[in-house]
Design a protein. Structure first.
Length: 482
């Protein structure tokens, strides 16, 4: 059974039950009030008849000139008085019983009997059905003292019309309750379907998302729990979509990465295989050629080793739990500068460093690799006899590092791509210098691991500047290198 059916049926059952109970209570209250009024009317009439009997006895006593009538005189006078009382539509009949419950006078309708006297001192009323179908009588019995004798006056009052009215009222109430229930059922059905309509949209949305349509969203404009659920569904769909897009992006990056890796490895491997084949073939190879071929093989092997080392380091940054310790920046810069001195000397480049006493939480070896790669890139981009600069300064709670060269610069359209793995602005120059396009990708990973940022500025013909920003630790004693 569907949810709307459960809500509809349970609510309808509750509504019908409440309506029926209310009708029953209202009918009972109305009936009790009417019967109470009718009973009071009958008792008043009964008292009136008792007064007439007593007045007849008194008149007979005065006429005979006696103080007290004999029992037979009392009965005869009572019978004469009762005979003079005409019945009507309301008073259906009278009966007078003596102390021994024997009828002195009886004109009750057929089928009507005196009510059982539970207490002779009280007036009692009882509803009875007559022999004629549809006839109902309210039979009242009250104690009556006539002279020295105890009697009971019984009167039957016709209440068939009242009973029929009550029955008709009950039927009308049932019909009205059924009509109200039917109308309520229709309205309730429409209301439940209207209120639960967003659930259908939620279901379709979930099915659509399950089918791969991750950009599906719900637009439910209300302020209830269904709107909250719709917002949660939209948030879930957004999270799933972002996650899928991330996975697709990662898959695409890996596909490009593997393709570029295969391409980059193909060139040195082809050279190695070609020159190794020349050395292997059974023909005369001069010593100068052997040295040349061996040198080419060695250089290509070094390039492959550099490529594998960079790949391993790049994977390590993303997968290994690194340990960061506060480290004086000037010490790390000095160590990197010493490592670069032989390479700078080959092209007659000068490196100027300005580093105040700053401390950064870092993985020392990775941070050295970051600075080495950036300075080495600046070296490769600089002409012979040029210069490089490294500056560092504190700006608020950040350490700002700048590496500047005055080389050929990078075209603006290439700046957004330079951190992609295997991307090289000038492929021939990069390969000639032993590069594989992994240096800046590695640098970006190291910067992110250190909670820093890396920005590039470049102008063709004027050079390039890399700006690094990292959180500062407490200052330490240091020195400036020049």
């Amino acid at each position: 059974m569907k949810l709307w059916q459960k809500i509809f049926l349970s609510t309808l059952a509750l509504m019908v039950s409440i309506t029926a109970l209310s009708s029953v209570l209202l009918l009972r209250s109305t009936r009790d009030a009417l019967w109470q009024r009718e009973q009071q009317r009958a008792i008043t009439q009964q008292q009136y008849m008792a007064g007439i009997l007593k007045a007849g006895i008194l008149n007979q006593r005065l006429r005979l000139g006696v103080v007290l009538l004999q029992e037979d005189q009392t009965r005869e006078t009572a019978i004469q008085t009762l005979e003079q009382q005409a019945t009507d539509d309301y008073l259906a009949g009278l009966m007078l019983l003596d102390q021994e419950e024997k009828a002195v006078w009886n004109q009750l309708p057929a089928g009507v009997v005196p009510p059982t006297a539970e207490d002779d001192s009280l007036t009692q009323c009882q509803l009875q059905a007559g022999d004629t179908a549809g006839e109902w009588y309210l039979v009242c019995s009250m104690p009556l003292t006539l002279e020295s004798g105890e009697y009971r006056l019984v009167a039957a009052y016709s209440v068939g019309d009242l009973q029929r009215d009550l029955n008709l009222q009950a039927l009308r109430s049932v019909g009205l309750s059924l009509g109200i229930s039917l109308l309520a059922a229709v309205l309730l059905l429409l209301l439940v379907r209207r209120l639960l309509r967003p659930l259908g949209a939620l279901r379709e949305n979930a099915r659509s998302i399950a089918g791969g349509n991750y950009d599906q969203r719900l637009d439910i404009r209300s302020q209830d729990e269904l709107a909250d659920l719709a917002q949660d569904m939209n948030a879930l769909a957004q999270a799933v979509q972002e996650r899928v897009e991330q996975l697709e992006q990662v898959a695409e990056e890996r596909r490009v990465f593997v393709g570029n890796l295969a391409h980059e490895m193909k060139t040195p491997l082809t050279s190695i295989m070609g020159y190794a084949d020349l050395l292997y073939l059974p023909k005369t190879v001069s010593d100068p050629q052997r040295v040349e071929y061996s040198g080419i093989i060695l250089e290509e092997a070094k390039r492959l080793r550099s490529l594998s080392a960079k790949l391993l380091e790049l994977l390590t940054v993303g997968s290994v739990n690194l340990t960061f310790e506060p480290t004086p920046l000037d010490q790390v810069v000095g160590e990197v500068a010493v490592s670069l001195e032989p390479l700078l000397a080959q092209t007659q480049l000068t490196l100027s460093c300005s580093c105040p006493p700053l401390s950064i939480a870092m993985d020392r070896e990775l941070f050295k690799s970051l600075l080495y790669n950036l300075l080495d890139n600046a070296r490769k981009a600089s002409p012979t006899g040029g210069r490089l600069s490294f500056t560092a300064q504190a700006e608020g709670e950040k350490a700002v590092l700048k590496i500047r060269d005055w080389g050929q610069g990078i075209p603006p359209k290439e700046l957004e791509k330079i951190c992609q793995p295997f991307y090289m602005v000038d492929k021939s120059r990069s390969r000639k210098a032993g590069g594989a396009g992994l240096g800046l990708a590695l640098c970006q990973a190291i910067v992110v691991a250190h909670q820093g940022t890396m920005e590039f500025w470049s102008q063709e013909g004027e050079g390039t500047q890399v700006t690094l920003t990292f959180p500062l630790c407490q200052e330490v004693d240091g020195h400036e290198d020049a």
